[in-house]
Write a protein that binds this ligand. Structure first.
Ligand SMILES: Cc1ncc(COP(=O)(O)O)c(C=O)c1O
Length: 491
């Protein structure tokens, strides 16, 4: 204890131990080091750094990596933030390039929320919930009830709410895919509950393997874990995998048999480059309608599906908007969910408005449609091109294998490192993939996340990189570094 520590109530030894235990590699040591380099470069002090820019490929933060905001969204938001602009609608239209539908949408949203500076209802503004229900209905072909929709502070807020409700004691367990986005493991740690890992199958394009899930569940139950829920991230992070309807229904059937809540994290639903996104809600309704459900055994599956404005072509993660839809939940449980979210008052109202625009963008025939479509398609095609360019580069790299770029914003290649490299990592007291990722950052300014940050099968090594950064120069930096690294540590 230092002298000043003695004068304070709090020190590292007496704060919540569960927070200390939680791990969140996406913004961990490597990210901190990359920010130090960035600050150094900003000061014009490149010193002896062998690069002049930092590429934050560690996090799915689209606009930080130059993805441009969609004009319609921002024009509407500008009026929401400054309704005084409506005093001169003509000027907006004549001189600022705003279209009539922008002005109309802003007026409608203002009517719904009154002001983005006011609290809304805890589960979100009613008109916005109705727009979300319509969107879900059009997407899946099945009705959605606005009463079961809860706006949230990004999808993270929704995950936090749901895990708080699900976790009854430190024996509660939740099945989490590995590798996974560490929000789940970190939140379970904070709640002092148990993560029950199930491994995804790398060689089957990172799909789910029911036998693996069953065995993870059986082991956890033998150890006294009260497994309550299963998380599925589709399309996957960090894997990018996109599940078929058959896989989805398998998980749902299993959840019904084992009485597990299904948490479907679908924040990447528009980032799909191969095949078509199928939602868990559609999978569930199709299953419930099918012959397999003659006896009604799938009628009571509890599904929570989450979506967000952070990803896709919207990329408005700084505005913190999202929602979750609950299906099959007990009303008394929903009442507690309502109480829980009301303790936080409400999710950001501007974020809620972005959710409304995401689920109800300009339609064909609307004045803003042409530009919206051009921008949307431009972002989508750019992401797909970069995903493929990076994937092609990985295919050429020695000791690197990478599954097809199916979706999300990431590639998660596996790397085979030499014994010499592994020994060098050990010397620095690092996992080999962490060692590799540190070396990559130091040599190139490209910040990735080692596979150990997401979990991986023992004996395998990976790293995750987004393909959001513009241009291809940084891909060249990775290829060059990799070759030099492999040469330096050749056995
Ligand atoms: C799978 C997954 N779920 C949830 C989130 C959190 O998103 P949000 O910004 O909506 O909280 C992320 C963010 O990267 C993610 O990858």
């Amino acid at each position: 204890m230092t002298a000043t520590t003695r004068l304070r109530s709090l020190h590292i030894g007496n704060i919540n131990p569960h927070v200390k235990k939680a791990k969140y590699a996406v913004r961990g040591e490597l990210a901190v080091r990359s920010e130090q380099y960035r600050a150094q470069l900003r000061k014009g002090d490149s010193g002896n750094l062998p690069f002049d820019t930092i590429v934050a490929a560690n996090i799915g933060n689209p606009q930080q990596l130059d993805q441009q905001p969609i004009t319609f969204f921002r024009q509407v938001a500008s009026i929401l933030e400054n309704p005084a602009l409506l005093k001169n609608e003509d000027a907006l239209i004549k001189y600022m390039g705003y279209k009539k539908d922008v002005v109309e949408r802003a007026k409608w949203l203002l009517k719904e929320v009154k002001s983005v500076g006011a609290y809304s209802q805890s589960h979100g503004a009613p008109g916005i919930k109705e727009s979300i229900a319509k969107f879900i209905e059009q997407r899946d072909g099945y009705p959605s009830d606005p009463a079961n929709i809860y706006l949230s502070n990004g999808a993270s807020g929704g995950v936090n709410t749901l895990l708080h409700i699900i976790c009854h004691s430190h024996e509660t367990g939740v099945l989490v895919p590995i590798p996974q986005y560490p929000l789940y493991t970190a939140t379970l740690s904070v709640l002092n509950a148990r993560c029950v890992p199930y491994f995804l199958e790398e060689h089957k394009a990172w799909g789910t393997n029911l036998e693996e899930i069953k065995s993870a569940l059986a082991t956890a139950r033998e150890e006294g874990t009260d497994v309550r829920a299963i998380v599925v991230i589709n399309p996957g992070n960090p894997t990018g995998a996109s599940l078929s309807e058959e896989d989805i229904q398998e998980v749902l059937k299993f959840a019904a048999e084992e009485k597990l809540v299904v948490m479907a994290d679908e924040v990447y639903q528009t980032n799909v480059f191969m095949g078509k996104f199928v939602s868990f809600k559609k999978g569930l309704r199709d299953l419930q309608k099918s012959d397999a459900n003659k006896d009604g055994k799938y009628d009571h599956i509890e599904l929570a599906s989450l979506h967000s404005i952070s990803k896709g072509m919207v990329g408005e993660c700084g505005h913190r908007g999202g929602y979750f839809e609950l299906i099959g939940f007990d009303q008394e449980v929903q009442d507690q969910i309502y109480k829980f979210i009301s303790i936080q008052l409400c999710p950001p109202v501007i974020g809620q408005c972005f959710v409304e625009m995401m689920v109800n963008p300009p339609k064909e025939g609307d004045e803003s449609y042409e530009l919206y479509k051009k921008e949307y398609d431009g972002i989508f095609n750019g992401l797909r091109e970069r995903a493929y360019a990076l994937w092609e580069a990985f295919k050429e790299m020695e000791g690197v294998e990478c599954q097809d770029p199916q979706g999300a914003m990431y590639l998660f290649p596996t790397i085979k490192l030499s014994q010499k490299a592994i020994a060098a990592a050990e010397k620095e007291d690092r996992q080999p993939d962490d060692f590799y990722s540190h070396r990559l950052l130091d040599a190139t300014g490209v910040c990735v996340v080692p596979g150990s940050g997401f979990g991986q099968k023992e004996g395998t090594l990976h790293f995750r990189t987004t393909f959001l950064a513009p241009g291809t120069d940084w891909v060249g930096r990775i290829t060059k570094f990799h070759k030099e690294f492999m040469d330096e540590f050749r056995d």
